[in-house]
Design a protein around this ligand. Sequence first.
Ligand SMILES: [Zn+2]
Length: 271
Amino acid sequence: MSIINKYQQIGQRIKKVREDNDLTQSELAERLGFTKATMSLIEQGERKVAVHEIEKIAEILNKNLDYFLGKKMEKPVPDLRFALRADDNLSDKAKDQVLNFVEFIKDQDNSFRQPRIGFARNKARQIIEKMKISKPPIILRQVLNKLNIDLEIFSFDFSDEVSGIQINSEEKTIVAYNKNHPTHRQRFTVAHELGHLLLEHTSKEGAYNLEDKRPSEIEANQFAAELLMPLSFLKLDIKKIKNADDLARRYWVSEEAMWWRLRDLNLIKYL
Ligand SMILES: [Zn+2]
């Protein structure tokens, strides 16, 4: 799902709850200090609505913030389910055989694999520790220099849906990011691609988005999030900076990435 669709979705939800609350667009606009035209653009998803604005809307409409932001962004891949044709009374040995086969398939085939979230986060955490970084923002150029890997980075005029691409050969890796995207998004893209490389994912790469459910995409996103917004720093900062926008600025990440991260870590409650 693209970011634009995301705002359309948020807009639709705002409209629905506003109507449930028997408020007109003008009435809600007035309470928010917006013009009716702005409110209309928000509901159509044509104006980016900042998270602090959604917070206020949620408060006025007496609805949970999560509702407007949508379903939890990163659901784990469901457990592999299997239908078994066999006698009711399977022996223990037969049960073991079946389970072994399931494990075998999970190992062999990426589409059945669970994302290794802890593994991905740890990989990023090790970098932060090794480099003795003690506060945000994380400067990717320094990280890349320190890692001493043959990685070349380019910016390229991709269409909007493409965030980044990675090309690997035996000797080196090339990562290109979309030169038209905002800087913060480019940083996440580069960190995401670095994640693919360090987590040893397969090499072909296209667009990514934060909601991609594929295990390798989840892992690369988790790596990037932990690298750019380390949990240990966030836990301290959130007590002082109780505002996602300011946190995003401090970590040089997009507001969206910061929200996604805070939700993922269950830290939203501290805002
Ligand atoms: Zn990716």
